[in-house]
Ligand binder design. Structure first.
Ligand code: MG
Ligand code: ZN
Length: 218
């Protein structure tokens, strides 16, 4: 079962028949410092550029959605309430800098649970697409882990690997094993956002008036 940390609310009514593109961000190593299992609120350390980067996505009209594996819950390293608390604090700290995260999804499971939401499985993306009326083939995944890039590739997202967190090591030592490379590899979230806004991959930054012709090739 997939759980999410934001308060439950009814999915938005479809204002236009066109599903929207979104930007999916990994949490640890992408928005905040990767610290292994973030088992205490004191370990939350937001990268200095994260708020201004997310704010730029907000201004471009792109929903920003966090998708994160938090198997520390299933492993009993920390309670689920801590993940909820961390997301609430992260949201508040970003809001102080004028940045908004539209929703958080997390997978509390380990692989043995055989859930459909543990990255690299795309369950969280599919659920977000359903709840927020999103077009995954015009959306972007940004992460420091190849597993997450692979998740995005499976559902047609444009993918950007950042070299923060585990990114530099994954890229240096493992990229030859990757069947398909990320669409871009950049230094950090700030560079990823520049890339998204400049190139509008999959017509990302084009909202309601987007024509079908702008849809990405598989
Ligand atoms: Mg990460
Ligand atoms: Zn799961």
């Amino acid at each position: 079962m997939l759980k999410k940390s934001s308060p439950c609310r009814a999915p938005k009514k479809k204002q236009s028949d066109q599903p929207r593109p979104a930007v999916f961000l990994d949490r640890d190593g992408t928005i905040v410092e990767e610290k292994g299992y973030a088992n205490h609120i004191s370990r939350l350390e937001i990268f200095p550029y994260s708020a201004r980067s997310i704010r730029r996505l907000n201004r471009a009209g792109l929903p920003v959605i966090v998708v994160t594996n938090q198997s520390g819950i299933a492993r009993d390293f920390f309670p689920e309430s801590l993940v909820v608390q961390i997301h609430k604090t992260l949201k508040q700290q970003l809001a102080r800098a004028g940045a908004r995260i539209d929703d958080f999804y997390y997978c509390p499971h380990i692989r043995d649970d055989q859930c459909d939401c543990r990255k690299p499985l795309p369950g969280m993306l599919n659920r977000a697409a359903h709840e927020h009326h999103l077009d995954l083939t015009r959306s972007v995944v940004v992460s420091d882990r190849f597993d997450d890039i692979h998740m995005g590739q499976q559902v047609g997202c444009y993918t950007i690997l950042v070299l923060t967190g585990y990114g530099a090591g994954e890229h240096q030592w493992h990229r030859k094993k990757w069947e398909r490379q990320p669409d871009h590899v950049v230094k950090n979230l700030e560079e990823a956002v520049k890339m998204i806004l400049k190139h509008q991959p999959h017509g990302t930054a084009v909202t309601k008036t987007t024509k079908k012709i702008r849809k990405a090739q598989p």
